[in-house]
Design a protein around this ligand. Structure first.
Ligand code: B12
Length: 458
């Protein structure tokens, strides 16, 4: 569910504006729908929420950003309204996307604070460029007003989903609704852009407020909630307290998060998560090789990943392990070391998902490494079209073959090709009709067996 767009729509309405949200997720004719809403509403400002630049998939890349140009063209043909963009994609590559899209402004950071201020500047004919947090292109030069700094999160981090989108349509596809318990990420993983979007310092939502948001979501008919913090279990005490509050509140939610750092996973937290109502977790270990972990800028060791696996094994919580292969330091031996960990430490009932190749974003450490190693020659502006980093000590084709054959040999392992299968959306709908509850991935083994029976190699 488009959490960012809903939060921003809420904020604009609270600030006194008349707001409509057109959710294109299920639209069959997006351009026609855009044209229709512009002619009926005649808006002064149009916001575009763009979440993904691409799908981060080395083997089957999709340039999702290419969808923006036809949208902007359709808008420009129908109206003179200002076009303001925001969302995860713009947080990562604002300059390239502003130039590519031809939009007027981009909001970088907390949209619920910055966007209403920008609207106010439009209303009062003030210079929009004076609004902190706004980026724009001036004579082909990227400009950014850096002044926005926000120290705290408020309960506005919980959007009124039912006000803006067709929640039932998402639920029919077994979607969870997103909720943040904090913003900011202090870690320094070499490939990551999270701190560009959210800042490095933590901004924590008080646990009582998290529980209140959850309660309101459940009252509005949303039970499957996913915590979408950059890392849910850091700071550890914050996560633990939230779980304890949720357990004490007797709220009957079904919670998930994919953003667990193995360094802060122990039996106490896992037990607290079970008691709180978690029904699925994801641990982003990325690797277990000390050499690769160091290359990725991780601050934990192989032993800590093994300890996390032991803690998970003592619970009944379904767990998906996420790995990223091909990064700095990766060799054939380190790949085998991670395979060995999966065989020995990931419970057969749990899932391991292995991604291949590191999507390089401008401004990251891995961009520097790739340039130093002469693997990257395009300018940072040309990196909308995905470029991937591979350790010079590994052959990408070898890695792809190894991961695919490992996934074929292990029923609980998925490679990147698994999530791109064209019938996956249909599986979600069938799952819903059968009365299954998210997460669907916990049924991966059964699904893989069924697919193999009908001849799909997976
Ligand atoms: C949690 C998360 C996930 C979860 C999502 C779970 C869920 N139920 O939603 C999981 C793990 C499943 C996931 C999957 C993927 N993700 Co992800 N994910 C994130 C993460 C950490 C947080 C996203 C989030 O919900 N934030 C909370 C909301 C409130 O923030 P927001 O959407 O950014 O909105 C704010 C602002 O952007 C702004 N805003 C938003 N819209 C608008 C509109 C206007 C008009 C304005 C003015 C402002 C504005 O205001 C909002 C409120 O402050 C971000 C990184 C990050 N820290 O942002 C990556 C991120 C969004 N993901 C990314 C990617 C690539 C993916 C995948 C493609 C990865 C993959 N290989 O499968 C998939 C795609 C999934 C999909 N269907 O879209 C990229 C997107 C950029 C890119 N490279 O394309 C990001 C930025 C991470 C990165 N690589 O840098 N992801």
């Amino acid at each position: 569910m488009p959490v960012g767009a809903c939060i921003v729509a809420d904020a604009a309405e609270r600030a006194g504006h008349e707001v409509q949200l057109l959710d294109l997720m299920f639209s069959r004719h997006p351009l026609r729908d855009i044209h229709r809403i512009i002619t009926t509403m005649n808006p002064d400002v149009i916001g575009l929420s763009v979440r993904n630049i691409d799908n981060n998939d080395f083997q089957q890349p999709q340039n999702i950003y290419e969808n923006i140009q036809p949208l902007v063209k359709t808008i420009r043909e129908a109206t003179d309204a200002k076009i303001v963009c925001g969302g995860g994609a713009f947080g990562v590559m604002p300059e390239a996307l502003l130039k590519y899209s031809g939009a007027d402004y981009a909001v970088l950071g907390d949209g619920e604070i910055i966007f209403p201020k920008l609207l106010e500047s439009f209303s009062n004919s003030n210079k929009p460029e004076k609004t902190p947090g706004i980026a724009w292109i001036d004579n082909d030069v990227f400009r950014f007003n850096e002044g926005h700094s926000c120290n705290e999160l408020t309960d506005t981090s919980f959007p009124n989903y039912n006000r803006w989108i067709n929640v039932r349509a998402y639920q029919r596809r077994m979607c969870t609704a997103a909720l943040q318990t904090k913003r900011g990420c202090p870690f320094s993983c070499v490939y990551c852009t999270y701190h560009m979007a959210e800042g490095k310092g933590y901004r924590l939502l008080p646990p009582t407020m998290v529980v209140e948001s959850v309660r309101k979501m459940i009252q509005s008919g949303i039970r499957n909630i996913e915590f979408v913090d950059s890392v849910f279990n850091s700071p550890y005490d914050h996560a633990l307290t939230i779980c304890e509050h949720l357990a004490r509140s007797q709220i009957k939610g079904r919670f998930e998060t994919f953003e667990l750092n193995p360094a802060f996973v122990d039996t106490i937290l896992i037990k607290a998560m079970e008691d709180a109502g978690f029904v699925g977790i994801g641990i982003t270990a990325e690797s277990v090789s000390t050499r690769v972990l160091k290359g990725l800028g991780k601050e934990y060791t192989k032993d800590e990943v093994v300890d996390a696996a032991d803690a998970v094994s003592q619970s009944r919580l379904p767990c998906m392990w996420l790995f990223l292969m091909g990064g700095p330091g990766e060799t054939k031996d380190t790949v085998r070391e991670t395979f060995y960990f999966i065989q020995e430490h990931v419970r057969p009932s749990d899932i391991a998902f292995i991604n291949i190749g590191i999507r390089v974003y401008p401004g990251t450490e891995v961009e520097k490494t790739a340039r130093e190693q002469k693997m990257l020659s395009v300018s940072s502006r040309e990196m909308l079209k995905p470029v991937f980093y591979f350790s010079p000590d590994i052959d990408p084709d070898w890695l792809v073959t190894e991961v695919e054959s490992f996934a074929l040999r292990h029923i609980n392992v998925m490679g990147p090709h698994s999530i791109n299968m064209p019938f996956i959306p249909a599986l979600y709908r069938i799952g819903h009709l059968l009365g299954l509850q998210p997460p669907l991935w916990k049924h991966t083994r059964a699904l893989k067996r069924a697919l193999r029976l009908v001849g799909v190699r997976t």
